[in-house]
Design a protein around this ligand. Structure first.
Ligand SMILES: NC(=O)c1ccc[n+]([C@@H]2O[C@H](COP(=O)([O-])OP(=O)(O)OC[C@H]3O[C@@H](n4cnc5c(N)ncnc54)[C@H](OP(=O)(O)O)[C@@H]3O)[C@@H](O)[C@H]2O)c1
Length: 248
């Protein structure tokens, strides 16, 4: 693998941390961002540093991915401390569960800002480096909610569907520079995010939605990410990881 500097937003835990670990194992330098869970972020930093065997850098950055100035500051720090960025994983996301009627305008705007605008803010920062390198990988973590609506609410489904539009547009524009842009649409990842503290009973209910005999894991997402990392001829696609709960 060429010398890689990567950014994983929301890499302090869950799916993002799994992806950051895979990058470090491959010899990449990694910057992970997080919002508020300092303890988890410290554990993540410790974990990532323990995996570095090839002298690469690991950087932890706190701040809101939905704020363009924070993202610009983070990007500058990554560039100064690790170098130009050629792998970006837009993973940070929030998922407050609300029905259409209960959803406030503030919740709508916050979810779009973090889940969708944050991905755009980061893309905008890193494309120059990727074009310069004539190589880049952007992977956007969407959701089954972009496909079938999901159960979190209209704000979440719209933010995740918006990511697919961003993915396809960016894939088309950036392909001539050796940059691929793809999305992963997971469902029911039992060891990350909202499902990780669900009871066995509730997980058994979830299992009825998939056709394979188990729920998803962070490693399922990591495997899909690594496939996209290694696949220069794959761009503009959405990899559905949902145990057959939604088929297209
Ligand atoms: N778990 C699933 O089954 C599932 C299914 C489909 C899609 N996804 C998507 O996968 C992605 C990762 O989810 P996960 O399950 O791994 O969730 P998670 O464990 O809750 O991790 C989310 C990460 O995003 C960070 N984050 C949240 N808001 C942020 C903000 N405003 N600025 C910067 N970072 C922020 C969090 O930081 P703090 O904790 O410090 O706030 C955390 O590091 C999300 O986009 C989610 O929508 C997950």
């Amino acid at each position: 693998m060429r010398s890689i500097v990567s950014v994983v937003t929301g890499g302090g835990k869950g799916i993002g941390l799994g992806i950051a670990e895979a990058l470090v194992r491959r010899g990449a330098s990694v910057a992970v961002t997080y919002r508020s869970d300092k303890d988890a972020a410290k554990r993540a930093l410790h974990r990532l540093k323990s995996l570095t065997a090839q002298g690469q850098g690991v950087l932890l950055l706190q701040g809101d991915v939905g704020d363009p100035e924070t993202v610009a500051d983070h990007y500058q720090r990554v560039r100064e401390e690790l170098g130009p960025v050629t792998v970006l994983v837009n993973n940070a996301g929030i998922m407050p569960q609300r029905s259409m009627e209960a959803l406030s305008v503030e919740d709508w705007e916050a979810t779009i800002r973090v889940n969708l605008s944050g991905a755009f803010f980061w893309c905008k920062q890193v494309v120059g480096d990727m074009k310069e390198a004539r190589f880049g990988r952007i992977v956007n973590i969407s959701s089954i909610a972009a496909r079938g609506g999901g159960v979190v609410g209209p704000h979440y489904a719209a933010s995740k569907a918006g990511l697919l539009g961003l993915t396809r547009y960016a894939a088309r524009e950036l392909a001539p520079y050796g940059i691929t842009v793809n999305a992963i649409a997971p469902a029911f990842i039992e060891d990350a995010g909202i499902f990780s503290d669900w009871s066995d009973h509730k997980k058994a209910e979830l299992r009825k939605k998939v056709v394979v005999p188990r729920l998803g894991t962070v490693q399922d997402v990591v495997r899909a990410f690594e496939y996209l990392l290694d696949s220069p001829f794959v761009t503009g696609v959405t990899l559905d990881l949902n145990g057959g709960a939604f088929m297209i």
